[in-house]
Write a protein that binds this ligand. Structure first.
Ligand code: 9WN
Length: 421
């Protein structure tokens, strides 16, 4: 079977009727940013199904705009922690944390594609229905997750960042008390080699933070005030800035002037404040602990999302391009999730080395949009090569292309269809 057909077959097989699971065995629920990327993949062959993916996700939105990172439409014993551990009390049952807000950017793409195909009239009402939901989620970030008004996103859990075990969370995770976590049985390591997954200490921290939120009835304002882990995530912050630019474009498209002015102000706050995430010592964008003020100092794949965010600062761009060239000379396949020159680099351990197709898509798109065509094309080509050589894995070693994590992975297949091929 050719790669296009295999990618479509994966999305079709992982379709549970209105939503798509990332991987049937390892992740049997709907995940937030996975679904948004999956919609881009469906859009290559089934426009109707693409919109439904995003609409189903937003059916799980809470009244205050919060959009959960997992929606448990059906229970499944194959994943831990499941709905009874989160105990958010919402219908449908969801987790209590969010994930990187890529949805507005995806919806703009879906809309442009419908429009270009002469189907604007058929999809306009669906865009009008989604717009206020996207705006409500972005307002939630502004009001609940940016306490210092820097235009960044302060994550309350490593899982929110989508980069679970990035070393960026090691030092900020130290104050998390894991002494009362109790016994639990992980399911990830029964599906996958433990060498590819986070450690026991990391899982203890993940669980302690879930217990923290649950004990506060998932009151996000209270959690934001008291949580022992509060990190301004460079990935989410860049992604939200980009998403706000795309939401502004949609507001203008729909003639929603007051909303456009409001979004403009959100963007202005970010443009004025996001430099807080620039580490002048390491000369890179990176996450920063809100509680200690310390930069992580790590060059990760998320550091390269400044281009995607539409930031144009010649000195910082030059700094990031220098890292790009250095890393590009060290590994055959960009972009490793951690700098290969870092002593903690591990080529198949999740977010400490492996390449992720969705991050590459954002990095490559951003570089090309900013006029760095050769670099953008290198990222796209490397992404395609990994898939051509090894199929559609969750992630890949940047050294030898070995698949890491689950196979037949939805968002990887989607990125093939939407961009890499
Ligand atoms: C926790 C589904 C998700 C992705 C994340 C990725 C991984 C979950 C896990 O899988 O996280 O949310 O249990 O490891 O890190 O980015 O959305 O594919």
């Amino acid at each position: 079977m050719d790669l296009d057909s295999r990618a479509k077959a994966i999305l079709t097989a992982n379709d549970r009727g209105g939503y798509t699971v990332p991987n049937g065995r390892v992740y049997p629920f709907q995940w937030n940013w996975d679904s948004a990327f999956v919609a881009l993949g469906f859009d290559a062959f089934d426009r109707e199904r693409a919109w439904t993916e995003v609409e189903t996700l937003f059916k799980a939105q809470w009244d205050d705009g919060f959009l959960p990172h997992i929606v448990f439409w059906k229970d499944d014993p194959g994943y831990f922690p499941g709905p009874s551990v989160w105990a958010t009390g919402h219908d449908p049952v969801t987790s209590g944390i969010t994930q990187p807000p890529v949805a507005a950017t995806v919806v703009r793409k879906l809309w442009e594609s419908a429009h270009a195909a002469g189907q604007g009239d058929a999809f306009r009402a669906r865009l009008e229905a989604l717009f206020p939901k996207l705006l409500a989620w972005h307002r939630w970030f502004r009001d609940v997750r940016d306490p210092d008004k820097r235009g960044v996103v302060v994550a309350m859990h490593p899982w929110e960042t989508g980069r679970d075990n990035s070393p960026e969370w090691d030092a900020p995770g130290e104050p998390i008390d894991v002494s009362n976590v109790g016994d639990y049985v992980r399911r990830d390591t029964s599906h996958l080699d433990a060498k590819m997954r986070p450690t026991k200490l990391e899982y203890d921290r993940y669980l302690a933070l879930v217990q923290w939120g649950r004990a506060r009835g998932w009151d996000h304002a209270e959690i934001a005030r008291t949580n022992p882990f509060q990190v301004a995530d460079v990935g989410m912050s860049m992604i939200l800035l980009r998403a706000n630019r795309d939401l502004l474009w949609l507001a203008e498209e729909l003639g929603r002037d007051a909303d456009a002015a409001e979004i403009d102000a959100i963007i202005a706050t970010a443009e004025a404040g996001i430099d807080w995430l620039w580490d002048e010592d390491r000369h890179c964008w990176c996450s920063r602990d809100r509680l200690t003020g310390k930069h992580s100092g790590f060059v990760t794949s998320a550091s390269f999302l400044s281009f995607y965010a539409g930031l144009h600062d010649p000195a910082k761009d030059a700094g990031m391009l220098t890292h790009f060239e250095r890393i590009g000379a060290r590994v055959p396949c960009l972009m490793p999730s951690l700098d290969p020159d870092d002593p903690g680099f591990q080529m198949i351990r999740y977010w400490r080395g492996p390449v992720w197709a969705v991050v590459n898509y954002m990095i490559g798109t951003g570089l090309t949009e900013c006029g760095y065509d050769a670099q953008g094309e290198r990222v796209r080509r490397n992404t395609a090569e990994l898939m051509e050589k090894n199929g559609f894995y969750e992630a890949y070693s940047p050294i030898d292309g070995t698949g890491s994590g689950g196979d037949d992975f939805s968002w990887t297949a989607a990125i093939w269809l939407a961009w890499a091929r």
